[in-house]
Design a protein around this ligand. Structure first.
Ligand SMILES: Cc1ncc(C[n+]2csc(CCOP(=O)(O)OP(=O)(O)O)c2C)c(N)n1
Ligand SMILES: CC(=O)[C@@H](O)[C@H](O)COP(=O)(O)O
Ligand SMILES: [Mg+2]
Length: 634
């Protein structure tokens, strides 16, 4: 029976000896490597916060005190010590443990959103609430050095520091500084954290001087008083004025984040301040598992299942991102004006090859999608063509910048949205299910959704040719299907199937066009005539779709996007405006937050599979045959 087996909740940690706590840390690391090697997940970040999390739960009394994790991908240890170790065999699986905090799982969990740089705002609000309610509760926020490069974090710090030393908000901000997001964290703030990490703090020098003076004859209290009188001068001379201290925030650190006792002492000291305090801990991503610590790209930030002995991830095969990664390099070689921007996700979005080939034309802005977008507008105004590569869900926070910094000024910026549609494993906030809805309202913006790798290459090249409006190319997580060639054209649309009578027109958006071809095969087998078109450019609506709609008895749209405000909705509105009365059936992601599961499992669950779609269309056609009118479904 190990120590870990005795932990049923955080209070059990308080009864352990130092030796037992060290043993527990080792057992947790071994547990994380074993479990995540089978399920995949955020091994690196969690190996880096073992001691920190144990210290947090020994110093703070969760859930009375609230512990907020920024992004939440580093909350596995928190889950283990709050009684959920047994759930790790089902980590990130349907019905199993979420890879992020989950209120449904535990009272100890509070923030479920996996979008970075939000923790300090939550913490500010919580601390204010407890002050207003007169509740004696502490708030501890854990924010990574990467998340600290996000603008929201500084909006929060500005407010948290507003009352300076007079603030009575019991808020401890733990900066978990491992020097990396995926790759090393970039920017002036990262440089500053490095300075704090590496400069001898005046306290250390003061201690050194005092040790040297100890026992020296004639050295008495007067000497020590003089030393402390020099403290301010030493502080200015030896340690750069911490950004945080300049803001009026108390700063404790830097602390070795793997020395649990030191972290506990710092947290206890910070807690006693009874006002906002920064505790700067230095940790190592992947600490304790060599293949993670040595991993050249991202220190096992989020591996899939892997071999424990070798650290080799199970082979994934080509994914959409790989196609983009290669094509953007080709285009970059042809176009000297093309530049690329990533928001701290160089490899995940596939810009690493472009960066290696064109380092001066690649910009990593940190976790700062809003800045990335408006900076791209500036790059375009400066005569370049920027490609902003982000995950679809992360563009949500830059909507205003797309609308009024890029589109209003008709800037030729190309957004490449990876992980669009259902992503699955990372839970509700990671699905790329909102982009085609929110971008529909951006005047002048043109949106493309490739169905396969060949169309991605084509559409990417067409997009970067547009220099007077924003363009968007979006594709899903995982592998593309085999290329599906057109059998004809209608306007700008590819006709993929044209069989039998004009019963059903299926408008397949992006990868759903391939699913639509499979649906067509099922319908034709039942004697239903089908035309399948892939619009390629889904915004603006291709006029050819209006003519095709007039010719058919039923129009069906299928998209890997939220159903409200998506391509199908806009097509319906466009047909209505043109007084085309052909009934329309929309298929897409239901407008709700989707629980985590694999992409395929969720697509099955929400009916975006060939079998379910075909069954639905047969029902509609049967209703039409019976003279029933179909409700136009939004
Ligand atoms: C708005 C936003 N952009 C990008 C991401 C993708 N992402 C997840 S974790 C991560 C790196 C976080 O670095 P840090 O905060 O230092 O935490 P660490 O992994 O080092 O513990 C990124 C970029 C995200 N979750 N949210
Ligand atoms: C929290 C985090 O790192 C996410 O951005 C997520 O893990 C990305 O996952 P994939 O890159 O596997 O889609
Ligand atoms: Mg980090």
């Amino acid at each position: 029976m190990g120590v870990l087996d005795r932990i049923t909740g955080p209070r059990d940690l308080r009864d352990l000896t130092d030796a037992e706590l060290d043993e527990l840390a080792a057992e947790i690391r071994d547990f994380l490597v074993r479990k995540v090697s089978r399920t995949g997940g955020h091994l690196g970040p969690n190996l880096g916060v073992v001691e920190l999390t144990l210290a947090l739960h020994r110093v703070f009394d969760s859930p009375r005190d609230r512990i907020v994790f920024d992004t939440g991908h580093q909350s596995y240890v928190h889950k283990i010590v709050t009684g959920r170790a047994a759930g790790f065999d089902q980590l990130r699986q349907e019905g199993g443990l979420s890879g992020y905090p989950s209120q449904a799982e535990s009272d100890h969990d509070i923030v479920e959103n996996s979008h970075a740089s939000t923790s300090l705002s939550y913490a500010d609000g919580l601390a204010k609430a407890y002050t207003v309610r007169g509740e004696d509760r502490h708030v501890a926020a854990v924010i990574g050095d990467g998340a600290l490069t996000g603008g929201m974090a500084w909006e929060a710090l500005n407010n948290i520091a507003a009352d300076g030393a007079t603030s009575d908000r019991r808020l401890v901000i733990v900066v978990n500084d491992n020097g990396r997001s995926y790759t090393p964290t970039v920017g002036g703030l990262a440089n500053h954290l490095t300075t704090l990490r590496t400069s001898p703090r005046y306290e250390q020098v003061l201690d050194l001087v005092k040790k040297r003076l100890n026992g020296v004859r004639g050295v008495g209290p007067a000497v020590y008083d003089a030393l402390h009188a020099m403290k301010k001068g030493m502080k200015d001379a030896l340690a750069p004025q911490g950004l945080f201290e300049d803001l009026g925030l108390k700063y404790v650190g830097p602390i070795d984040g793997h020395d649990r006792t030191a972290v506990e002492q710092a947290l206890t000291q910070a807690k006693k301040f009874n006002g906002p305090v920064i505790v700067h801990v230095m940790t190592r991503k992947g600490f304790g598992y060599d293949p993670a610590e040595q991993h050249e790209a991202d220190q096992f930030h989020g591996p899939g299942p892997f071999n424990i002995e070798t650290g080799e991830e199970n082979p994934k095969g080509q994914i959409w991102t790989d196609v983009f990664a290669d094509e953007i390099v080709q285009i970059g070689a042809e176009r000297q004006d093309l530049v690329a921007i990533t928001a701290a996700m160089m490899h995940p979005v596939g810009l690493h090859k472009f960066a290696a080939r064109f380092p001066a034309r690649t910009f990593d802005v940190g976790i700062a999608e809003q800045h990335a977008t408006t900076s791209a507008a500036g790059l375009a105004m400066g005569g370049l063509h920027p490609v902003v590569a982000v995950y679809a869900t992360f563009l949500n926070r830059a909507f205003d910048q797309v609308l009024l910094d890029v589109a209003l000024h008709r800037c030729g910026v190309t957004f490449v949205l990876d992980r669009s549609g259902v992503t699955g494993d990372d839970g509700a906030s990671h699905n790329g299910m909102w982009d085609m809805s929110i971008l529909q309202v951006v005047p002048g913006l043109r949106l493309a959704a490739p169905r396969d790798a060949a169309r991605l290459r084509e559409l990417l090249r067409e997009a970067v040719q547009v220099d007077d409006a924003p363009t968007v190319v979006r594709f899903p997580k995982g592998p593309p299907s085999a290329d599906v060639e057109a059998v004809g054209r209608a306007g700008g649309c590819d006709v993929l199937v044209r069989k039998g009578a004009r019963d059903v027109l299926i408008v397949g958006i992006g990868s759903m066009a391939v699913t639509a071809v499979e649906v067509a095969e099922r319908l034709v087998a039942q004697g239903i005539g089908v035309t399948v078109v892939d619009p390629r450019w889904v915004k603006p609506v291709d006029p050819a779709l209006l003519d095709l709609a007039r010719e058919h008895r039923l129009v069906v749209s299928v998209e890997d996007n939220g159903i409200v405000g998506g391509c199908g909705s806009v097509l319906l509105q466009t047909l209505n405006a043109a007084r085309i009365e052909t009934p329309v059936r929309l298929h897409g992601i239901p407008q709700e937050f989707l629980d985590h599961a694999k992409r395929g499992v969720i697509l099955e669950r929400i009916g975006l599979t060939a079998q379910t779609l075909a069954r639905s269309i047969v029902e509609d056609v049967t209703a039409l045959d019976a003279g029933e009118s179909l409700l136009h479904v939004e």
